[in-house]
Design a binder for this molecule. Structure first.
Ligand code: ZN
Length: 103
């Protein structure tokens, strides 16, 4: 292989490397775009839905008691430990809890 052929081969290799770099940059940009889209979609995919009306459920914390409530039909889900706290609330505090839970 003479010098001209060597230079030509090196130029071809440089061109291939440049193409590969462009492809890698394109792949990386596409990967970032898809990751961003996937992360934006996660809340919708994994968001809990009301078993009664299929609306999205919202998590609320009222007086350090966590509940999950449907904004549409006001269906309420509560963990047993939180239920014990609710049952321990006295008159006004119980009324206040229900008022804030369902508004
Ligand atoms: Zn509902």
């Amino acid at each position: 292989m003479n010098e001209t052929q060597m230079n030509e081969k090196k130029a071809n290799m440089d061109q291939f490397i440049e193409l590969d770099v462009k492809k890698l940059k394109h792949i990386e940009a596409e990967r970032k775009r898809l990751l961003k889209f996937a992360l934006q979609s996660v809340p919708d995919i994994h968001f809990m839905r009301c078993p009664r009306c299929s609306c999205r459920l919202e998590e609320k914390t009222i007086d350090q008691i966590s509940i999950v409530i449907c904004a549409q039909c006001k269906g309420l889900w509560i963990h047993s430990e939180s239920l014990k706290k609710v049952l321990g609330l006295s008159g006004d505090k119980a009324d206040n809890f229900l008022k804030h839970a369902t508004k």
